[in-house]
Write a protein that binds this ligand. Structure first.
Ligand code: ADP
Length: 491
């Protein structure tokens, strides 16, 4: 089904309003023209009845003066056939009249309007009974007929006795009415056309917006709405458009993030199960072998197998601990425990812990620390974890004779920490990925209990929670250097 368009609805509504207005206006024009015509007619003939009674002695000696009446009726017939003259007795009964006898249907006229007329203050047009057409009262003129000084009845002149014209006849008969109706109708048509154009213009952007939103929805919320040239400081439609544009951008981003998170979660589960299975299988393998060959193995062999099993058990528990750590860092409820502390001391403490291991590997662990560095503000436990992971890697990936150097540089806003080594470095192709979970440069997951590719991911996540990025530089064969910055504590 084709959706309804707003401009069409508005146009229909406007057409309806204009049609109703037009019809009401025509009806009002015709009605008031008719009233005006009657009023003018009655005003012009205000004294007609008076003149007649003065000129014609219509009642003499208590009886109708037939000769005078006939002469009057004949004259009127010639001069103005639109009027009908009736001679009434004091109760309003018809004594004589000019109309054809068969056409007169009343024998008596209501005297109330006649008295109002004679009172002189009536609002015009004032209508009274038309004896020929009792259903349609007409404007009239009236006067008292005197007989030798006393009131003997009334002369009642019905104006427009031939019937006022019907509305259509009025319109067709009057050039002025035709003209004004034509001009009015034309005006309404022009208003309608202007309205249609205006609606089309106003709703154009709304239609565009609706189409964009529709296609955004049909495209699975992937490509956000783009509206070229819409202004943030424009009218309501412009602002609505900009808001929709931004919202769609956000929806698209979030859906993309959800997709990525979902893919990452799936990868992670695959990796976790793989990484857990490998050491577990080895552990199981060594223990089972031991059980089977318990009798044939020498004490030394038994010890070697137990050591191997223990190493895999260690690797397993370390992996589980790291996974747990990452999960904790990821959960939205993680609250960092920010406090001011001396980074210098922390780095020295951590370096101390690794001294022995470095020595055992034949490496120099060098620290380059300024004497009076200010305090930083961070979660000390988590930063210690970052340092441990970085130093551990540096030692792990640097051969004997090399050097691991820890450098602190105090700046205006913070202290930057750098952990650099002279080891094998990281190939450029891997540099972008080493902070990803389970990413390892050495792809083969051998039995070597080296690590699961979570150390850097944990460091990265911790620094992300501190809103400070970690950077890595490396030239293969010339070592790697990791740098991050922590803000100074406000003292
Ligand atoms: P792993 O537990 O395997 O060391 P990490 O997340 O700590 O996992 O490191 C990811 C990968 O980055 C490692 O597999 C390693 O190849 C590389 N890497 C990390 N630190 C260094 C370094 N200092 N020198 C060379 N390679 C490094």
């Amino acid at each position: 089904m084709r959706p309804r368009r707003l401009s069409v609805k508005l146009t229909l509504a406007l057409t309806f309003i204009l049609a109703v207005t037009g019809i009401a206006w025509i009806a009002l024009t015709l009605f008031s023209t008719r009233l005006y015509q009657e009023e003018v007619d009655q005003r012009l003939n205000r004294d007609l009845a008076n003149y007649i009674t003065q000129a014609y002695p219509l009642i003499e000696n208590g009886a109708v003066n037939q000769a005078a009446a006939t002469s009057l009726f004949d004259k009127l017939m010639v001069i103005n056939p639109r009027i009908e003259v009736y001679l009434l007795d004091p109760e309003g009964r018809l004594l004589s009249y000019s109309a054809e006898p068969g056409k007169v249907k009343l024998d008596r006229v209501d005297l109330a309007p006649v008295r109002a007329w004679l009172g002189g203050n009536a609002t015009l047009p004032l209508r009274g009974d038309d004896p020929r057409d009792p259903q349609a009262p007409k404007p009239f003129s009236a006067a008292t007929v005197h007989d030798g000084g006393t009131a003997a009845g009334y002369l009642y002149v019905v104006l427009g006795g031939e019937e006022y014209q019907s509305a259509t006849a009025m319109v067709f008969g009057s050039h002025i009415l035709r003209l004004s109706l034509g001009v009015g109708g034309g005006g309404l048509l022009i208003a309608l056309a202007a309205g249609v154009l205006l609606f089309a213009w106003l709703t154009r952007r709304l239609s565009l917006l609706t189409e964009s939103v529709d296609s955004f929805r049909e495209g699975d919320f992937q490509s956000p709405v783009l509206l070229a040239g819409w202004r943030r400081d424009g009218d309501e439609i412009d602002r609505l458009g900009i808001a929709v544009e931004e919202m769609s951008q956000r929806i698209a981003d979030q859906i993309e993030q959800l997709r990525q998170a979902d893919a990452a979660r799936r990868d992670m589960i695959a990796n976790i199960s793989h990484d857990l299975r490998t050491p577990l299988a080895s552990l199981q393998g060594y223990l089972e072998t031991l059980l089977i060959k318990e009798d044939s193995f020498s004490a030394e062999e038994k010890r070697e197998y137990l050591q191997l099993a223990a190493r895999h058990g260690e690797r397993l528990s370390r992996l589980i601990a790291e996974l747990f750590e990452l999960t904790m860092l990821d959960s939205t409820g993680t609250r960092l425990d920010f406090e001011p502390f001396s980074l210098t001391e922390l780095v020295q403490d951590v370096a101390q812990k690794f001294n022995l291991e470095a020595e055992r590997k034949g490496l120099a662990l060098v620290t380059e620390i300024p004497g009076d560095a200010p305090f930083v503000r961070a979660d000390i436990g988590l930063i210690e974890r970052v340092l441990e992971n970085l130093i551990e890697n540096a030692i792990k990936y640097t051969p004997a004779g090399g050097e691991v150097r820890l450098t602190l540089v105090a700046g205006k806003d913070g202290i930057s920490t750098r952990v650099a080594d002279t080891g094998r470095g990281i190939p450029p192709a891997d540099l972008d990925h080493i902070f990803e979970r389970f990413y390892r440069v050495e792809k083969a997951r051998g039995d070597a209990p080296e690590g699961a590719g979570l150390g850097l991911a944990i460091a990265h996540r911790i620094l992300q929670l501190h809103e400070s990025p970690i950077e890595v530089e490396s030239a293969p064969g010339h070592g790697a250097a990791f740098t991050f910055s922590l803000p100074l504590a406000q003292m």
